[in-house]
Design a protein around this ligand. Structure first.
Ligand code: 3PG
Length: 224
């Protein structure tokens, strides 16, 4: 771990804390109440872990609200782009962090935070940088546009210790192919929470999508 500064100690691996099927659905909510409704629908479909993306004004309040309403869920924060995002997410009650990107500043801030996390990578050099920090679990984003399944297969022989959370372009149609890869520990994305269903309050339909995905994931990969 050459670049790891002595003041930083590595957090627990994200794979060690993910609950339920190996799925990380995204929650993008306009209000805390909407965040809770989405999370409840996902939970009823068998989901155990969710990622609330910091792309709306109320996202942090949504994390706090889900933690309080649904204590059985593991709740993380996504779209972490700065050290202050990481701190704010932790203060709001996030139990893990996900970022679409990797820079030395961002990696050090997330390590410093102490929460399990997955930094975003799309190239061998970014994986190598994360690995220099001792990080062996990363988000592969945008998975489909960055080479998808074939890229993950190619990376597996080079980065043998690294495991991936692919997101971006994953849906019911290719979920099984991603989860069948030995170097994939969890799959994430927005296909379980379509914006139109959220807007229309179609919670049962979201539960149904989640149940279908959970059945696929449970067959292929038991999360910790
Ligand atoms: C992410 O934040 O991981 C992406 O927005 C997920 O991409 P998707 O919308 O294609 O699932």
């Amino acid at each position: 771990m050459p670049a790891l500064s002595p003041s930083l100690s590595l957090p627990v691996l994200l794979s060690g804390v993910v609950k339920g099927p190996a799925l990380l659905p995204i929650i993008q909510a306009d209000t805390p109440a909407q965040a809770v409704n989405i999370a409840k629908a996902l939970s009823e479909g068998g989901i155990g872990s969710v990622e609330v993306v910091l792309r709306t004004r109320e996202a942090l309040a949504g994390i706090t609200a889900i933690r309080s309403a649904l204590p059985q869920l593991l709740v993380g924060a996504g779209t972490i782009l700065s050290a202050s995002d990481a701190t704010a997410a932790k203060n709001a009650g996030a139990q893990f962090l996900v970022s679409p990107a990797s820079t030395p500043t961002l990696l050090e801030a997330m390590i410093d935070c102490g929460l399990p996390f997955a930094p975003g990578v799309a190239t061998p050099s970014e994986i190598a940088m994360a690995f220099e920090y001792g990080l062996t679990e990363v988000k592969f984003f945008p998975a489909h546009l960055s080479g998808g399944i074939e890229m993950l297969k190619a990376l597996s022989s080079i980065f043998q210790q690294v495991r991936f959370c692919p997101t971006g372009g994953i849906g019911q149609q290719n979920l099984a192919d991603f989860l069948a890869l030995p170097n994939v520990f969890v799959a994430g994305g927005s296909w379980l929470t379509p914006a139109a269903m959220v807007k229309a309050g179609q919670w049962q339909q979201i539960s149904q999508l989640a149940a279908t995905a959970s059945a696929i994931a449970n067959k292929l990969k038991a999360a910790a």
